[in-house]
Design a protein around this ligand. Sequence first.
Ligand SMILES: [Zn+2]
Length: 68
Amino acid sequence: MASNNRCAGSDGTPKLEERPCPVCGEEVEVFLRKGRICEESVCPKCGYKFEIQPEPVIVPRQVPDQAE
Ligand SMILES: [Zn+2]
């Protein structure tokens, strides 16, 4: 039986952290991945929603061609 020991707890693992709610100041547990919110959380006190913060996407620069 081959046992592959995968390295857990690397970059892709979400981390549970408490963040103060910007509305009421309540500490809300949010899941962070690489320092960004990776799962929606709702403040139990006021209902404020912590939205997912996607990783920045590098968009190729486009030059609008409206030369005419
Ligand atoms: Zn709140």
